[in-house]
Design a protein around this ligand. Structure first.
Ligand code: ACO
Length: 209
């Protein structure tokens, strides 16, 4: 079952993210987000930030457990781009990448007809249920929510190769690619070296009529 995430889900959502996404998303794994801490308070805040928008989704098992989440935020043209205040140095590393992409991409400049879009910020499925189409079901429902609520676009920064595969199957197009090998710090050192097949971050968009 796919359902909306509400305030009642917050505790179970955070447990889920600590067990899966914060540990195994390719970049979190790379920077060792949870190597020295049980969770990242800043990353949790970022994840919870989108819940009041009312369009984040969960996949639930027959026994009622969360087995997948798709955290969706509403972004309006009139919203000012704000770099998030962030004290967790490891979350900062991934957030800097997302900020860099947002600035380079300038999505509202590029798509002048778009006034409001859905940003898929977090996609995560319970390890025991992967490869069974749960991510695609969450994304498909996101498409329906977008169409029913007058959004003109859905976008996601796919740090995982599998996310890019899933959204491509659902009709998204890639508008930006950054190879991890080309993303370097001031000393010229590559910042992220995730395991294959995660070679790049891609921004993919779905345009609605
Ligand atoms: N090996 C090969 N292909 C795979 C694998 C795998 N291990 N897992 C998924 N795929 C492919 C599927 O075949 C499918 O492609 P297809 O339609 O061409 O056949 C596509 O990926 C999606 O398959 P789903 O079954 O819908 O995906 P799943 O439910 O397994 O969830 C997800 C995918 C969310 C990326 C999962 O692997 C996960 O939680 N990974 C760790 C966290 C993560 O990386 N999240 C995404 C970061 S990007 C973001 O959050 C915006």
């Amino acid at each position: 079952v796919i359902a909306q995430i509400t305030n009642d889900d917050i505790e179970s959502l955070l447990c889920f993210l600590r067990k899966f996404f914060f540990r195994d998303e390719p970049l979190n794994l790379c920077v060792g987000l949870l190597d020295e801490q049980p969770t990242s308070v800043d990353y949790e805040k970022y994840c919870l930030d989108s819940i009041p928008d009312g369009i984040s989704l969960k996949a639930v098992s027959p026994s009622g457990d969360i087995i997948g989440v798709c955290l969706n935020a509403i972004v309006n043209r009139s919203d000012d781009f704000e770099e998030m205040e962030c004290f967790d140095p490891k979350f900062r590393i991934t957030q800097d990448l997302i900020d860099t992409i947002n600035i380079e991409l300038d999505i509202f400049g590029r798509f002048s007809y778009v006034d409001k879009l859905i940003d898929i910020r977090v996609l995560s499925v319970d390890e025991a249920y992967r490869g069974q189409g749960i991510a695609k079901a969450l994304l498909d429902k996101t498409k329906r929510v977008a169409s029913e609520n007058g959004f003109q676009m859905i976008k996601t920064d796919a740090t995982s190769h599998f996310t890019a595969l899933a959204v491509t199957k659902l009709g998204f197009e890639c508008i930006y690619t950054l190879n991890y090998a080309d993303y370097k710090d001031e000393d010229g050192k590559v910042i992220f070296t995730p395991e294959a097949p995660h070679t790049c971050v891609r921004t993919l968009v779905y345009q609605l009529n």
